[in-house]
Design a protein around this ligand. Sequence first.
Ligand SMILES: [Zn+2]
Length: 150
Amino acid sequence: MKKSPQLERLEQTLRSSRLSARGFLGDDKRSLYEILDADASVVASLGYTMKQIAARMQEITDAARKGLGDWVDVDKNLLAWASDARGIIACPWPHAFRADKTVITVERTDSGKSIQWADLNVHLIAEHGFFQGKGSAFRLEPRDLVEIIF
Ligand SMILES: [Zn+2]
């Protein structure tokens, strides 16, 4: 990815605390470019694409929503539930995308490992390859995410 003035501006937006509790970058000292690049490398090394990861997250999200607040068996080793959080949040990238603030909690019954994401995470990964900065409330470690959802 080419480093551009647009990317610099976006980085400033993402660091701002107005958008979410601790911003989208948390206390990550790396540049947005470095964060995107490092996570893209991890995802590639795991043998997945951003679209595959996001599609699986969407599948789990849709299944969890059907539980209306109760745990749902997504498949043999995977449970998920959707919180009833109210409100919407806008994608920080300069385009008109808004997501519900619903939070999905996913747990593997074989390893006991769990992970949480918000609707916006699915969009950020699918469209922007963005897992957020370390220390941000909804940072997802690609390695942990892949291990749990696949
Ligand atoms: Zn977006």
